[in-house]
Design a binder for this molecule. Structure first.
Ligand code: CA
Ligand code: CA
Length: 147
């Protein structure tokens, strides 16, 4: 893994994050992924989040209920991007609340904890709108994506 990511996230912390995603997905058919990269380049975090959502083929879930946590490490930028099935179903301030929660943890140096808190809150909320079904499949990998 790139040094810039490893400096923020130990192997154990990365595993905890993957576990948090796996656990969150036990309650919902929604699919959560995390993508980390160094910088957004010339784009905004939202633009990059949208691009990576496509690159990771996150639009290809049956209920269009993928959620991407996008982080540009050096730029200290965070954006969330969610599938069409979700937009309009969650309250308007929903994503901002999750971002605020995560940033409050990041500010005190709790990087992996902040991410885990965001994943947990997202999983709970998605469970209300997209409950997990008995025949649920893991449509998108829970591994952390790095670019
Ligand atoms: Ca699933
Ligand atoms: Ca998954």
């Amino acid at each position: 893994m790139s040094d810039y990511v490893r400096s923020l996230l130990s192997e154990e912390q990365e595993q905890s994050l993957v576990d948090a995603i796996t656990k969150a997905e036990l309650h919902t058919s929604g699919e959560i992924r995390i993508h980390l990269e160094k910088s957004t380049g010339n784009s905004s975090a939202e633009q990059r989040a949208k691009q990576w959502f496509g690159k990771l083929e996150m639009h290809k879930t049956a209920e269009k209920n993928g959620v991407l946590f996008y982080l540009a490490i050096e730029d200290r930028k965070l954006a969330l991007w969610s599938g069409e099935g979700i937009n309009g179903r969650v309250p308007a301030n929903f994503w901002q609340e999750i971002i605020d929660l995560m940033i409050s943890e990041f500010k005190v140096g709790h990087f992996s904890e902040g991410l885990i808190a965001g994943v947990e809150k997202t999983g709970k909320a998605l469970g209300e709108f997209f409950p997990r079904k008995d025949d649920d499949v893991d449509e998108l990998s829970n591994e952390i994506s790095k670019g």
